[in-house]
Design a protein around this ligand. Structure first.
Ligand code: C5P
Length: 397
């Protein structure tokens, strides 16, 4: 899939830089070329010699001189690739990208490019969860930057948590998804996924059991057909797909804002399990038990219906797909929901606990359109995702 593709690989200065060597090998195995760029800090972790040897190409470093400019200007360098991959993308590189700074070769290339950029973040857990990094990540997602990882696990610094760079095979899969040639090439598809968390106070929230598995599988299947995917996800328990633009949110209101900001889109799939209500009297301090033991009253307010807002708003995607998780009269309720919300298709599933669908790998769904209903045989959520992505591509092309 990657044969003949040109990857410009920017290697940032973090301990995960050693994995970039394996990444180069894996990209080369797929008959794609790698033009490596090492940041000044990157040269502290891997040597230009080993990078050049594995890439079979000269290495551009921040210590470049005017001969490099004469051979290949930085503008040309930044635009001659099919994809720019930043691995590891350190907190500092992400901050520079978000601010549009151009004070070294790597940041200048990233600012000068008109090529898509995929980052594989890697940093200490506290640096990753710091509001500044999360703000930068949101800015980069708004700019359409694609991500791979980070994963959660043991870190070189001895801590545990999110911030570990994705493993090279995952980054390769994300590169393949980003460069996939398929019927949805040139189409923008928006996918919502996962639960939402509606705060009660700073430590408590209202949530639901959605794992995000179905939405994640759909985003992956759409990307595999060449779509540019904006993946707007609540706090899911499965990791997001690689090679798509991931926009993490917590609440329904944040999800609506992120969806609106990501429009226009050619199609939108609403797989998120959005909380119907939020706590109107949420406290900014942790609620305490009272001396009398009387429990606090939660006042709920209705959340916006994101699917209905998009299906009935402007700019409306050509195709709007919703989900309906029901426990009784599944098809009748879902058909009413399709009409009420104004979406084109609705995918109904029976989520009574005895079906094992909620949180399971298999599912039985019924697709309801304006012209009829079709129940698909029991299959995995991945298979549902691929079948739906195929149908979306036929509807859009
Ligand atoms: O009304 P109900 O929650 O059953 O509708 C399910 C469909 O509507 C799903 O596609 C879900 O993602 C979407 N939805 C939404 N915003 C809400 C509630 C549901 O987008 N506030």
């Amino acid at each position: 899939m990657l044969a003949g593709k040109r990857i410009l690989l920017i290697i940032g200065g973090g301990i995960a830089a050693y994995k970039a060597l394996d990444l180069i090998r894996r990209i080369k195995e797929r008959c794609a070329s790698v033009t490596p760029v090492l940041t000044r800090a990157g040269t502290e972790f891997v040597t230009p010699l080993s990078v050049a040897a594995l890439a079979g190409a000269r290495v551009y470093t921040d210590l470049f001189d005017l001969t490099d400019e004469a051979e290949m200007g930085h503008i040309q360098l930044s635009r001659s690739a099919d994809l720019i991959v930043v691995a590891p993308a350190t907190a500092d590189l992400m901050a520079k990208m978000a601010q549009g700074r151009a004070d070294d070769l790597a940041s200048t290339l990233l600012l000068a490019t008109d090529t898509r950029v995929l980052i594989a973040p890697a940093m200490n857990v506290r640096m990753w969860t710091h509001p500044a990094t999360q703000r930068n990540l949101a800015t980069l997602a708004g700019d359409g930057v694609l991500t791979a990882g980070p994963g959660t696990g043991d870190m070189a610094c001895g801590e545990f948590g999110p911030g570990r760079m994705a493993e090279p095979p995952e980054i390769v899969a994300a590169i393949e998804a980003a460069l996939a040639e398929g019927p949805l090439r040139g189409k923008h598809v928006l996918v919502t996924s996962g639960p939402t968390h509606e705060p009660i106070d700073p430590v408590r929230y209202i949530a639901n059991r959605s794992s995000g598995a179905q939405g994640t599988a759909i985003a992956r299947a759409l990307a595999a057909l060449g779509a540019r995917v904006s993946f707007i996800t609540g706090p899911a328990s499965v990791p997001p797909p690689g090679g798509v633009t991931v926009i993490p949110v917590q609440t329904a209101q944040e999800m609506l804002a992120a969806v609106t900001a990501a429009l226009p889109a050619d199609a939108a799939v609403f797989a998120a399990a959005v909380a119907d209500w939020r706590v109107r009297n949420a406290s900014d301090r942790k609620m305490k038990k009272t001396a009398t033991g009387a429990p606090p009253g939660l006042h709920l307010a209705e959340n916006p219906d994101i699917l209905a807002t998009v299906a009935q708003g402007k700019p409306r995607p050509q195709l709007v797909v919703g989900f309906a998780a029901e426990t009784d009269d599944v098809i009748a309720h879902a058909a009413q929901k399709r009409a009420r919300k104004g979406c084109d298709w609705i995918i109904a599933n029976d989520v009574r606990p005895e079906t094992g669908i909620m949180g399971g790998t298999d599912t039985v769904v019924t697709l309801i359109t304006a012209t009829g209903t079709e129940t698909w045989p029991r299959m995995t959520k991945d298979a549902v995702a691929r079948r739906l992505a195929d149908m979306i591509s036929r509807a859009l092309t």
